[in-house]
Design a protein around this ligand. Structure first.
Ligand SMILES: C[S@@+](CC[C@H](N)C(=O)[O-])C[C@H]1O[C@@H](n2cnc3c(N)ncnc32)[C@H](O)[C@@H]1O
Length: 486
């Protein structure tokens, strides 16, 4: 199978230990009569179908051949995989299987003409923009895919919910990005009333060879008001610590998995105190989209120029800058070439005349600069403009800065008003809030706890400190209104 098909069909195989757990959870917690139907959606080589067949046969005492012929269904868009699944199922049985319930078709558009008791699998993870030719059809047919940067696995969830019979259940392992993403909104609305359980692997990597932040979701056709949630899960199945979460407490714009106790705390804080967003401004840093051209560490300098890589740049055109993602409070000796005046790009004729050396430098890199934004760099106002206009004003001035990802809260006050920053966020207190007191609060245990419970996880234990999370942080020092001082 070639690499393009592999990518377009989101082909990644699930390890058996995960499949064993998912099938056990589905089948063991309920009365099994023997006539249930189990559908492996996007079967690949059939790891879900084979494990389900074995476990179902054990539970019911039915012969494996009969289970495969009567209870197990499987579907894949690829003929090759459907055949492979047939072979793998046949290997389980000594006698010849005479009938497979195999469907070689697109799961999202096949007319199944029947409902299922259990739907299991690891749906393909494919960004909709990579689905040549199928994008519009999916967007039209699936509410979960109708807006934004959605993924094929969204449609698998939606289709699976439609295909369940009244007592039916789903177990899917998928990326967890729809818990938080803007594009996941419609899918979240669809799933929430049916959720039974989520086991979130967070940054733990389940698959060999691919980086994917995943979770197992269990759903049922019947509506529910609450579900169980386990976060930061690795592989210690005997020791899963669930929180009970009420669906009522889930906010539609992002799922935060607060247990009820923590939520009571936050609600109480929220009533009394302001959010960070109310007492401070939060801004992105500079985004050039080609930092190694705009940002440099000078080898030497004189009155007029900075020198680096055999180039010299007019000092007047440069500002000191901090890389927030690596900043630990110490000087970094970094400078940004800043071709702007009053937040407007300096026009070419003036730039060339006043800063001939910098102009020469940018000309040398013109082709690389044009490649920014996938070639859209060619259409920038001037070819030496930054990739984004953010932070042209707000990155300067007294501020607190932080990286977009941290192991623990790392916020630093930057006093130098001329200093800009990139690769992070800055926080600037409004009113008369003291910047050092605010910084202390941002570095508090409460912030760490808050981020741990609401934010996204990345490899190595890193947590997202994105603005979308930071803005709702509440602390008892954020008074609703400033205390009267006389
Ligand atoms: C992530 S892999 C999982 C394979 C297997 N279930 C496992 O867990 O090892 C996704 C599978 O879905 C199949 N697939 C991709 N798009 C599909 C579609 N629209 N309909 C049905 N199957 C599809 C791929 O061929 C691939 O086998």
């Amino acid at each position: 199978m070639n690499a393009i098909i592999k990518k377009e069909n989101g082909i990644v195989f699930t390890p058996e230990w995960v499949v064993n757990f998912m099938v056990d959870e589905l089948l063991n917690n309920q009365e099994i009569k023997g006539d249930e139907t189990i559908l492996d959606a996007g079967c690949g080589e059939g790891v879900f179908a084979t494990i389900a067949a074995q476990k179902f046969s054990k539970l019911t005492g039915k012969k494996i051949k009969n289970v495969i012929e009567e209870n197990i269904y499987f579907t894949d868009i690829s003929e090759e995989y459907v055949e492979k699944t047939k072979q793998n199922l046949q290997k389980l049985s000594n006698s010849k299987i005479t009938k497979f319930n195999a469907i070689t078709d697109d799961f999202c558009f096949h007319d199944f003409n029947k409902k299922f008791s259990f739907i299991i699998g690891n749906p393909p993870y494919v960004r909709i923009q990579n689905l040549n030719g199928r994008k519009e059809k999916l967007q039209k047919s699936y509410i979960s895919a109708s807006s934004g940067s959605v993924d094929l696995y969204f449609c698998f969830f939606e289709q699976a919910l439609k295909l369940l019979n009244n007592n039916g259940k789903i177990a899917f392992i998928t990326p967890n990005s729809h818990f938080y993403s803007a594009a996941g909104k419609n899918l979240r609305d669809l799933l929430l009333p049916h959720l039974i359980k989520i086991i979130n692997f967070d940054h733990f990597q389940v698959f060999k060879d691919v980086t994917a932040y995943t979770a197992i979701s269990f759903l049922q056709k019947e509506e529910t008001d609450n579900f169980l949630y386990a976060g930061n899960f690795k592989n210690d199945f005997n020791n899963i610590k669930y929180k009970k979460i009420s669906a009522l407490n889930m906010r539609p714009h992002r799922w935060e998995f607060f247990d009820e106790k923590y939520l009571d705390n936050i609600v109480a804080l929220n009533k009394k105190y302001s959010t960070l967003n109310e007492i401070a401004e939060i801004h992105y840093g500079i985004a050039t989209l080609k930092d190694n051209i705009y940002i440099f560490s000078p080898k030497k300098k004189d009155k007029e120029f900075y020198y680096f890589n055999n180039f010299k740049i007019e000092k007047d055109l440069c500002v000191p800058i901090i890389k927030a993602s690596t900043y630990k409070g110490e000087a970094q000796n970094l400078f940004l070439i800043f071709p702007y005046k009053y937040e407007k790009i300096i026009p070419k004729n003036i730039f060339q005349k006043n800063y001939p050396k910098a102009y020469e430098y940018f000309l040398y890199h013109q082709d690389t600069l044009a490649m920014r934004d996938k070639g859209g760099g060619k259409n920038y106002e001037e070819f030496y403009a930054f990739g984004r206009n953010q932070g042209l004003k707000t990155s300067f001035g007294k501020k607190i800065i932080t990286s977009t990802m941290n192991l623990k809260p790392h916020f630093y006050v930057v006093e130098d008003e001329e200093m800009s920053f990139y690769a992070g966020y800055c926080i600037k207190p409004k009113n008369n809030t003291d910047i050092y007191e605010l910084c202390e609060v941002l570095n508090s245990n409460l912030m760490e706890k808050y981020i741990n419970s609401v934010s996204k996880s990345y490899r190595g234990g890193y947590k997202s400190y994105a603005k979308s999370f930071l803005k709702d942080f509440v602390h008892p020092q954020f008074y609703k209104s400033q205390p009267v001082l006389f």
